[in-house]
Design a protein around this ligand. Sequence first.
Ligand SMILES: CC(C)(COP(=O)(O)OP(=O)(O)OC[C@H]1O[C@@H](n2cnc3c(N)ncnc32)[C@H](O)[C@@H]1OP(=O)(O)O)[C@@H](O)C(=O)NCCC(=O)NCCS
Length: 137
Amino acid sequence: MNITYKIIKDLPNEQLYKLFVAVGWADEESTTQTMIDKFNKPFLNSTIVISAWDDGVLVGCVRVLSDLMFRSVIYDLAVLPEYQGNGIGKELVRRCREQVSNSEWLVGTTTERASFYENIGFKLCDDVFFNVPCKWC
Ligand SMILES: CC(C)(COP(=O)(O)OP(=O)(O)OC[C@H]1O[C@@H](n2cnc3c(N)ncnc32)[C@H](O)[C@@H]1OP(=O)(O)O)[C@@H](O)C(=O)NCCC(=O)NCCS
């Protein structure tokens, strides 16, 4: 497997959408073409975006909101199911952390995925996050 990594924010909407469908984050029934056409907007507006490619196929992505000093937060780490288990997720996070190596790194996740982050060096912290739900998800 010859995976290449890119630092570009303008990821192709259709491929990004397919990746989100593949990991269960987007629903083909309810996603309109208008939404697909804006799919990369959160990526365009993020501080760091790293993607993984197999030739022309987008096989993984991650985005980060960071103040580039104290705090960096990981969002939307995803790897196509058929490419999972090959170190791509770990490498995407490593490349992000390399960009702001001294910052605190945070990620919100589910109990199912907690062990993935523990496995790559994250520790459960005492902070409690509150939210107002997003209208779009
Ligand atoms: C979570 C995800 C990004 C992991 O990507 P991946 O490329 O399969 O992970 P890697 O191959 O880089 O795995 C790195 C390490 O974590 C371990 N790991 C992978 N998935 C794991 C999981 N779900 N639970 C626990 N450990 C996991 C691997 O065994 C590997 O360990 P090793 O370094 O000791 O060999 C991928 O499963 C995915 O896209 N899932 C769906 C979307 C999702 O839930 N994203 C996370 C949102 S917070």
